[in-house]
Design a protein around this ligand. Sequence first.
Ligand code: EPU
Length: 424
Amino acid sequence: MSIFMSKFIITGGRPLAGEIEVKGAKNSALKILPAALLTEETVSISNLPDIEDVRRSIELLEGLGAEIKKTGHSSCDIETKNIKKFELGEKLTKKLRASIMFVAPLLARFGEVKFPHPGGCVIGAGERPIDLFIDGFAALGAEIKIDGRFYHLKAKRLKGAEYFFTMISVTGTEAMIMAACLAKGRTILKNCAMEPEISALIEYLNGCGAKIKGTGSPTITIEGVDRLSGGKFTIMPDRIETGTFAIMAAATHAPLTITKCRPEHIESLLATLQKMGISYKTGTDWLKIIPAKKFKSHNIKTHEYPGFPTDLQASFTILATQAYGVSMIHETIYDRRLLYADMLTQMGANIIMCDPHRLVVNGPTRLYGKRLTSPDLRAGIAMIIAALVAQGETEIDNIYQIDRGYENICERLKKLGADIKRVD
Ligand code: EPU
């Protein structure tokens, strides 16, 4: 039976307690892996999460001719010296939106790249657009052609330029940084996203000899260099896992300690929890949620970093179903990220969908186990939290979506006392 047919069976209401360790950040690993294409030297990466999206990225690298040597459970060495190919196949790119992160390094190193429109989570209207990437590469001097179902980009050497993002984009910012670091001359990027994963990418590239300034700010300046060296890099802890576990602890009234994390990366969530009456303690690399029997509702509006992350929005809705009062959930980044609301209503939640971007949640309500399908990665993990809160048994299928971003989640939750099993 394929992993696409796997499911989780969860019996809710079990008391959870203990410690859970945060793994390396998916959305950092998915940029550091392709960034290895920018050099001919060896790159050593550690704290890589063992998740499906990382496996797909490694397969993409191998498909191009890179040699990947596993050096431990969560570490590997990447050698890209012998790569001669600059075309990304359709099979893998359709599975992984982040395959778009391969385009800039291939274009910068080989002067040419061919790729189809990338796939991944269905959370935007229609196919998630890549117009910002195309526009940005063109601004750096790339010639763009559409060849059947493929984009074909060429530039002997990209040229530095000033570029203003008309829309703030995380991967767009990262792609332009990668493209510009081997370009001729200076690039100034304005209205950049400021997510910590972008700062991590800059730290990695500067460690390999790039000249990038303005980390953590909306204006980033890159002086192009002729070549980059290899390097070593440890993937930062996943801030979305950290936030997800914090919400899970609050929703299930569990005294959980979250370790190997960076609480400063989820300040918007922590400030919200505090306003709701949920206390916590933090150290530099741990966070302890102190459960509250009753907590108040709160409105959230998703926003670029450091605002409330869209990737925690679905999990937060589960918390809102357990809070006293009315919470408005306002999703501003994506068009199709509230589709899970229907499933929660079937579980007993009192939710009104105002429009495709806003939900009103009346709490608290008891939730009851149901048969569910994980619609996307973040809604999938939210369904797990809902199942842990609910009375009775919940079955969640299409869990490939959850495996894309959360390492071995079943065993890790079992250790906390959850009644969860995986059926393959
Ligand atoms: N957009 C465009 N044109 C583009 C690119 C983006 O219109 O060319 C729009 C998107 O449709 C969206 C908005 O811009 O409405 C912002 O999207 P952004 O580009 O910032 O998102 P992303 O870079 O594609 C990354 C994460 C997402 C996360 C968002 C927002 C990675 C691999 N993905 O996506 O993570 O939700 O930033 O923080 O870094 C996830 O992990 O589940 C996930 C979806």
